[in-house]
Design a binder for this molecule. Structure first.
Ligand code: HEC
Ligand code: HEC
Ligand code: HEC
Ligand code: HEC
Ligand code: HEC
Length: 271
């Protein structure tokens, strides 16, 4: 028979074995990460150099997140404010808020010393993970879904696991979290506070067709006749979801109308 197969073919079984090996290792590592506790980081609450309270500044004073985290809608990375932002109220000049407070000493002196405050990071995605803040905000995901009720925290703590399984849970069913864009920094938002008619009118103004709105409400169900206008939509929604607007209602409409399809393939988050 002689050498029927070319010489290189001797290596084929080895190559197959090596490939299989990689696949198995990949699958095991992946599975371990997916199923291991999602909660390892939850509760991490480092002590900060200045006792800055979100509860006081957001919950009580009512400052919007973007007042301080000002690049969050433009940038892939969130920013922590510089001293200058604090100086709008706690500057060195006389007329300012709590100007003698010892708790603010480091803030007052930060510029003089040329030492910006070294805040300790709470959240950190590993370097091999690609994550973009602005994309999520532009698609109706709120800070609260990923950071918890920051407006009630004296000290920021890690409220959500931010593990791979956690990212994927939302990517598979984003309708559980989506909300109108003007509500992303309202951490106390509840869907039932939305006016139903206003919500559907808003979607219509942005180009949604009445028959599409109806189809999303009906899902797989069939109706004898489809509503022809927004008041018909409101009546159908009331029949389907009850008197109050629900998360399912808002989420499924936004997902459909904004064509939200969060990626689940490895290369989306590991580039
Ligand atoms: C007055 C300014 C100010 C406002 C308003 C503000 N923050 Fe912050 N934020 C800070 C400062 C300063 C830090 C860093 C110190 C700390 O962690 O408390 C911070 C840290 C954070 C962190 C942790 C960052 C990390 O290291 O992982 C999160 C999350 C956060 N803010 C979310 C929010 C959200 C959500 C809102 C709106 C509800 C908000 N912030 C409003 C000033 C502000
Ligand atoms: C829009 C105005 C405003 C901005 C901006 C602001 N603060 Fe405040 N801050 C206040 C007010 C008002 C109080 C509460 C004063 C009181 O309790 O009477 C306060 C209280 C504080 C206190 C507690 C002081 C004490 O003695 O109880 C700290 C610490 C503080 N701020 C840090 C910061 C830091 C750090 C920044 C910048 C990241 C910042 N603040 C930005 C208005 C502001
Ligand atoms: C979809 C989830 C998600 C949403 C929504 C989200 N964040 Fe984050 N945030 C993260 C993750 C993940 C990190 C860690 C990112 C990293 O290390 O690159 C983070 C980090 C941060 C940091 C730390 C940045 C730094 O470099 O120290 C701040 C501040 C922050 N987020 C504020 C906010 C605010 C304010 C909002 C709402 C306006 C918000 N985030 C919405 C997931 C989210
Ligand atoms: C609460 C829901 C939610 C969570 C949690 C979440 N995402 Fe997303 N993600 C979305 C939505 C919604 C989109 C937008 C999809 C679209 O535009 O069709 C998105 C889009 C993306 C995209 C594609 C857009 C881009 O930036 O290239 C990446 C990558 C991504 N997410 C990574 C992550 C990672 C990494 C985490 C975890 C650290 C995470 N996401 C957590 C909802 C979420
Ligand atoms: C939606 C974003 C997202 C997608 C899609 C995704 N990952 Fe991940 N992956 C993450 C995040 C976030 C982490 C970091 C988890 C942590 O820090 O706890 C991670 C961690 C990992 C790790 C652990 C690395 C280590 O430290 O050993 C492996 C392996 C991994 N991913 C493989 C995969 C594979 C294989 C796929 C495709 C089936 C995939 N990932 C899809 C977000 C994603």
């Amino acid at each position: 028979m002689g050498n029927f197969f070319p010489r290189w073919s001797n290596w084929v079984p080895l190559q197959i074995a090596v490939c299989l090996g990689f696949l198995v290792v990949g699958a095991v590592v992946g599975a371990t990460y997916y199923f291991t506790p999602k909660y390892t980081r939850v509760g991490y609450e480092p002590t900060q150099p200045v006792p800055f309270s979100h509860k006081q500044h957001v919950g009580e004073l009512g400052l919007d997140c973007r007042y301080c985290h000002s690049y969050i809608e433009q940038s892939s990375h969130a920013n922590v404010p510089t001293n200058q932002t604090c100086y709008n109220c706690h500057g060195p000049d006389k007329a300012q808020v709590k100007k003698d407070s010892p708790k603010l000493e480091m803030v007052r002196n930060a510029d003089k010393d040329g030492h910006p405050i070294q805040w300790t990071k709470v959240h950190k995605a590993p370097d091999y993970v690609y994550f973009n803040h602005s994309v999520h905000l532009a698609r109706g995901v709120s800070c609260v879904s990923c950071h918890g009720q920051v407006n009630e925290m004296e000290v920021v703590k890690h409220a959500e696991p931010q593990s791979m399984g956690w990212c994927l849970d939302c990517h598979r069913e984003p309708e559980n979290k989506l909300r109108p864009l003007d509500q992303i920094t309202n951490l106390n938002y509840k869907p039932e506070d939305l006016g139903r008619e206003q919500f559907y009118k808003g979607l219509q103004d942005k180009g949604a067709k009445v028959e599409d709105l109806a189809q999303v409400i009906l899902g797989d169900k069939k109706a004898e006749s489809l509503p022809g206008d927004i008041s018909g939509i409101v009546a159908l929604a009331e029949k389907t979801y009850g008197p109050k607007v629900t998360q399912k209602e808002v989420g499924t409409q936004l997902k459909h109308n904004w064509r939200i399809t969060p990626p689940e393939d490895c290369t989306a988050c590991h580039r």
